[in-house]
Design a protein. Structure first.
Length: 171
């Protein structure tokens, strides 16, 4: 049942990502809304059912973005692999850990995008526009991550109560 909830939530985020955010390109600067969702699932939810959701959401994002095939799947799987056990090793407040991992994930995503562009063109071009896009993404990650964390935490705890009758999903 949790898989279905995660899948519906990811489709809603993908719809927002591909329809609403492109209407304001300078304001959001290609900020990937799936990163906070993948990070939340990776850090605070059980591993049952999140891998298929991440794979399907990555494939849908690859298809809808029109970019290099497999790049979003690769980014989301790398986030899952890198940060799956972060809560065991780092004992920060949940919202602080969430914020730090989102910022690192945005950096990982942009490094992978730069590597793919480098391998396709065999040139590395530096531009101030790309730096401004990266800084805008970092700013959005910094500002929106506490809000997104508390929203996800509230929504998924309420869904857990509805599904399991008050028993929280085992992390």
């Amino acid at each position: 049942m949790h898989f279905l909830v995660y899948f519906i939530f990811s489709v809603l985020l993908l719809c927002m990502q591909t329809t609403l955010l492109p209407a304001f390109p300078r304001l959001f600067a290609q900020y990937d809304l799936m990163i906070p969702f993948v990070v939340y699932l990776t850090l605070f939810r059980s591993s049952i059912g999140i891998l298929p959701v991440i794979l399907i959401a990555g494939c849908l994002m690859d298809l809808l973005s029109g970019g290099f095939i497999g790049i979003y799947v690769s980014v989301y799987i790398l986030i899952l692999i890198c940060f799956r056990h972060a809560t065991v090793y780092f004992h920060f407040k949940n919202s602080t850990l969430f914020q730090m991992v989102i910022i690192l994930s945005v950096l990982i995503e942009n490094i992978i995008f730069a590597l793919v562009i480098f391998f396709q063109t065999s040139t590395l071009q530096f531009s101030l526009y790309s730096v401004s896009v990266l800084m805008t993404q970092f700013l959005w990650a910094l500002v929106s991550s506490p809000i997104i964390y508390y929203m996800f935490d509230y929504v998924f705890n309420e869904i857990d109560k509805m599904i399991t009758g008050g028993l929280r999903e085992k992390v």
